[in-house]
Design a binder for this molecule. Structure first.
Ligand SMILES: Cc1ncc(C[n+]2csc(CCOP(=O)(O)OP(=O)(O)O)c2C)c(N)n1
Length: 273
């Protein structure tokens, strides 16, 4: 149990580092996706530093698990995880969005560790499903994890993939839904409501686990449980706070994709220290 507590506090510290990296990646005066990166930081930390198998020196290693960032606009969060995991130097992060550089505004195959290009919302789950089917056909044990936004549930393609994954009994596929309740222009409930999300995934035939997406113990328990479920894909509905960890950005729609002033940048890093 103590060992578990130590492991959890290590992961919590790592999540803090990822959030700091996100801020350094955005820098001052250039718009960046603060909100959705910080809401998903604990989830992505648990995937990269607890659950997934990979080899940063050999990104195409056959034994790896696959991570797809369906909400591709928070690429900087995946870049932070990949850098901290050793796929490329952490010093590359502030060069994000530089023309021709390997870190672009949305995930691109030129980045070591990125499996697919995403950013047009709705596509990542279908891509992940295709990979999961391929792995099953090859009788491989690798797992596929797809991070999906709750606003992204407005995309019809999500539900085509959800229906097909359940029909094909893809128990090697796990969707993690970052349920932060805001999308780019405001509360999802006021734009096109996605709720009730858990009931929808259950009705589509998925194993559903609901968690507090900032509670590391709940996150890793859910990821472990998902692996034991046979005959169905798992959807982890993670209740999160957009902008989590930066007081002035928490639950503020304006921080979906915004430039930071020097003062905000300094304050964010101080709060995350
Ligand atoms: C097909 C498509 N339509 C619109 C957009 C523009 N867009 C980028 S992020 C976003 C909101 C997504 O909301 P959500 O999935 O909840 O993301 P989060 O709040 O977690 O950042 C939109 C509409 C897009 N990237 N792709």
């Amino acid at each position: 149990m103590i060992e578990n507590r130590e492991r959890i506090s290590e992961l919590e510290s790592k999540a803090k580092i990822l959030r700091q990296d996100v801020i350094k990646c955005i820098g001052v005066g250039v718009a960046g996706h603060v909100g959705g990166s910080c809401s998903a930081a604990d989830l992505v930390t648990a995937l990269y530093f607890y659950k997934m198998k990979y080899d940063p020196k050999n990104p195409h290693w056959e034994g790896r698990d696959y991570f797809l960032l369906s909400k591709g606009h928070v690429a900087i969060l995946q870049y932070a995880a990949l850098a901290e995991a050793g796929f490329f130097p952490v010093e590359d992060l502030p060069r994000c969005k530089e023309v021709g550089f390997h870190l672009q505004g949305h995930p691109h195959l030129s980045t070591p560790g990125v499996e697919v290009g995403t950013g047009s919302l709705g596509q990542g789950l279908s891509l992940g499903l295709g990979m999961a089917i391929g792995l099953k056909l090859d009788d491989k044990p690798n797992r596929v994890y797809v991070l999906v936004g709750d606003g992204e549930q407005n995309e019809g393609q999500i539900w085509e993939a959800a229906m097909a994954a359940a029909a094909k009994q893809m128990d090697n596929l796990c969707a993690i839904i970052d349920n932060n309740t805001l999308q780019a222009q405001g509360p999802i409930a006021e734009r096109l409501p996605s709720e009730p999300i858990a009931e929808k995934w259950k009705a589509f035939g998925w194993n559903v686990i609901e968690i507090d997406g900032h509670n590391m113990e709940e996150i890793i328990t859910a990821l472990d449980q998902a692996e034991t479920i046979k005959g169905k894909p798992t959807a982890i509905i993670a209740h999160t706070v957009k902008g989590k960890g930066i007081s002035f950005a928490e639950n503020v729609t304006g921080f979906h994709n915004r430039a930071l002033t020097q003062e905000e940048y300094d304050r964010a890093l101080a709060e995350l220290a």
